[in-house]
Design a protein around this ligand. Structure first.
Ligand SMILES: Nc1ncnc2c1ncn2[C@@H]1O[C@H](COP(=O)(O)OP(=O)(O)OP(=O)(O)O)[C@@H](O)[C@H]1O
Length: 310
């Protein structure tokens, strides 16, 4: 089997006359986690729905190991949709077993796996409960188990962390990592940048239906990230904004975050700071994926560089 499993090529989709996504191309490889990121309404779910066959793209193709969407054996793919919905009055175990049956997965094995994952996700002993007795987050965990019960080779998770508390987010994150380690190809969309930063190998950022960034997490951070100088001292925002090579300043009381322009060497930049700047504390750090994302989503300075980024 080739390392590349899912290939999305030139996919586009319109609703009525409105172009929703355009020329979307990426691949997901065995054992990797590719994150699809973008602001609300960017087209992430439309892309995912085009991949799983809920929607037919107007152009482009989606293949899995060379097979077109409709030809892919159903047991190969697991999908957690953005819109959650499970039978409210059926027991958790029966729901999970039903999903396994839909994928022709053996019942005995499915039951064992269900108990294993219920325990791992903090729902031990709840197999006889029903969804109506569960909170939203608990229901989401059940839906996640339903999406992986049949050991899919390719797992597509649309917003798996939404509505989960921080502890549950961590548990879910670890499970996703484990699945990738075991060889599952994973495509996930998420808004929690800190989680994405910890989880994904590569990322695909979409903005207004088009690709803006696609690449390895480290490379994206190196290429699109810059340095941030956090400084405590009595300074006006106007005086800080006047400093050379500063893109923007965020001030909170006496603490200011100065986002340096890209390609700036922070050591050199520090040496030329005027003596009039009041400094009680100062630190330099790389901008996080969250900050890169906000820059892109708000069109600040990065998009014009996109043409240079393949
Ligand atoms: N069935 C539909 N008919 C018309 N417009 C649609 C349909 N589905 C999605 N859209 C529009 O397509 C755009 C992209 O929606 P999509 O759900 O793909 O975004 P998203 O990136 O997943 O957003 P979010 O982060 O908010 O979930 C939105 O403007 C949405 O209103």
């Amino acid at each position: 089997m080739t390392a590349e499993t899912l290939r999305v090529e030139g996919v586009g989709k319109s609703f009525k006359d409105k172009r929703i996504i355009k020329d979307i191309s990426f691949e997901v490889r065995k054992g990797e986690i590719l994150a699809i990121l973008g602001p609300n309404g960017a087209g992430k779910s439309t892309t995912i729905r085009s991949i799983v066959g809920i929607m037919y793209p107007d152009e482009g193709s989606v293949t899995y190991q060379g097979m077109k969407t409709g030809e892919i054996p159903k047991n190969k793919i697991g999908y957690l949709p953005e819109e959650r919905g499970l039978y409210k009055k059926v027991s958790i175990m029966d729901i999970i077993l039903y999903f396994a049956e839909l994928k022709d997965y053996p019942k005995k094995k499915a039951r064992e796996r269900a108990l294993y994952y219920l325990k791992k996700l903090g729902l031990e002993g709840k197999e006889k409960s029903t969804i109506e007795e569960f909170s939203k987050g608990m229901g989401q965990k059940v839906q996640f188990i339903a999406s992986i019960i049949h050991e899919p080779e390719l797992l597509i998770l649309d917003e798996p962390f939404s509505g989960l508390d921080p502890v549950s987010q961590d548990v879910m994150k670890n499970e996703i990592k484990e699945l990738a380690k075991a060889g599952t190809a994973i495509l996930l969309s998420a808004h929690q940048m800190n989680v994405v930063e910890e989880l994904c190998d590569r990322l695909f950022m979409i903005h207004r239906g088009e690709k803006v960034v696609y690449g390895k997490l480290d490379e994206v951070k190196a290429q699109f990230g810059s340095y941030k100088c956090t400084l405590r001292g009595q300074n006006t925002i106007a005086s800080l904004e006047k400093l050379p090579q500063v893109n923007r300043v965020e001030q909170n009381g006496e603490t200011s975050a100065l986002y340096l322009q890209q390609d700036i060497n922070p050591a050199k930049w520090l040496r030329q700071l005027p003596e009039t700047i009041n400094i009680q504390e100062l630190s330099i750090s790389r901008t996080s994926l969250h900050e890169i994302f906000i820059d892109i989503a708000t069109d600040k300075n990065l998009l014009e560089r996109n043409d240079q980024h393949a």
